[in-house]
Ligand binder design. Sequence first.
Ligand code: BES
Ligand code: MN
Ligand code: ZN
Length: 489
Amino acid sequence: MTTPLSPDFIETDIDQIKDAKGKLAVFVPEAGSLDVTARRVNRLTRGAVARLVGSETFGKLGVGKTLTLAFPANVAADAVVVVKLPRRPSVEQARKAGASLAKELGADPFMVLCGNLARADQVALGLCLRAYEFDDHKTADKDGKGAVSFMVNDAKGIKSASAVNGAIAEGVFFTRDLTNEPANVLTTTEFSDRLAALEALGLKVEVLEEKELEKLGMRTLLSVGQGSDSPTKVVVMQWNGGKKDDKPFALIGKGVVFDTGGISIKPAAGMEDMTMDMGGAGVVAGVMKTLAMRKAKANVVGLVGLVENMPSGNATRPGDVVTSMKGDTVEIINTDAEGRLVLADVLWYAQERFEPVGCINLATLTGAIIIGLGHENAGVFSNNDALSNAFLKAANAEEEGAWRLPLGQAYDDLLKSRIADMKNVGGRAAGSITAAQFLQRFIKPETPWIHLDIAGVASVKTETAFAPKGATGWGVRALNRLIADNFEE
Ligand code: BES
Ligand code: MN
Ligand code: ZN
């Protein structure tokens, strides 16, 4: 897998600066306020840093942005990158500064001179998140990155603070790797193997195979995968870091490893993007990895439905009626509305087996959510204001866009079927909401629940603040924070 960058933290040693090769970075809030380290670099470079920060360009530079001094005098480094940042930045400012630095990374070593800068660990996290690259399938043009070290005044203290950041970055990268992976590589079997490997971190992982799913009556889930040669699976990941008898919080993910649409086949243009249709399951996997790596003091269970939606002589037809594990029957009008069929059974199974204190599902569920919210916000649907508000707060703190949309009886009525208990589509109007209504039919009234429609945010075609083009890992940070702030002692 993509090897994540792991910056080294070393104790400040002013004498080392002169001889450091590659690039140096220093932080300066404004002209005239150079700290000990910046003053040292300034003296070595015969006043070039002070001249740069005294310039109009630096004056107008945004917080967290950089200016570069090329070929500075008297130091071994080829460049000094000056970052505009207050000595006590907010988490957001610190991470953004790190993301700016990520763009300066090259094959040469990079020494980031922090001194006593507050939140240097958050600068490092921002740098790591933005420096991620998915180049597993490139045989040429792999731009290997040079070593990154952070020179700080309290290397020991910062190393322990950044252990949690390491867990967050690894979780995000796990999600991104899974979501970026092509469907011939990430089959349902490969996906479940990668999840089973999380046992090494202390997670309990079970893989339910088709025979068991059949026995459990998960016919809506199985109907999606029946046209594919890849076997349908449900993977259950348990992290028990909380009190022994506390009921867990549940995370459920849509894991459609490829969505052709089935018999209601999608148009050819853009179909390749449907490799990311397992993005919800990817986020669940990433969060579970982060929780295990940071040994979260909470009980959390992650469940994913892994399935491939293919047309074949054996595939589900439009008009077929299937029975869910809950017992309700569904008339399948459109085989491309498959995500809700996957989630219906996994949501029901999660509630029957675990009686969770709350549950959040994630799914690249509807194209309509992209029409409504674009790529800036995921759609949030919930039956519980407290849980919904707690999630929105966590997402806001992590700068992961999320916007709540309504649910209601009139929308639910659009799912009425002539011949079965419901149909799987509600028509063109309010497509994301009727999809959410479908899911809510499989949520017990007493379960606090959120549905996150991440079709617009899981993978994007332009770079974002903390990710290059492609999979973003949206939601891993927000969900990790939601659990840390609300479900841990
Ligand atoms: N996986 C798609 C939704 C999607 C679209 C995800 C674009 C990411 C980007 C989902 O299974 C789907 O096909 N939904 C249909 C539902 C419709 C048939 C009611 C859609 O959005 O068109
Ligand atoms: Mn579909
Ligand atoms: Zn889909």
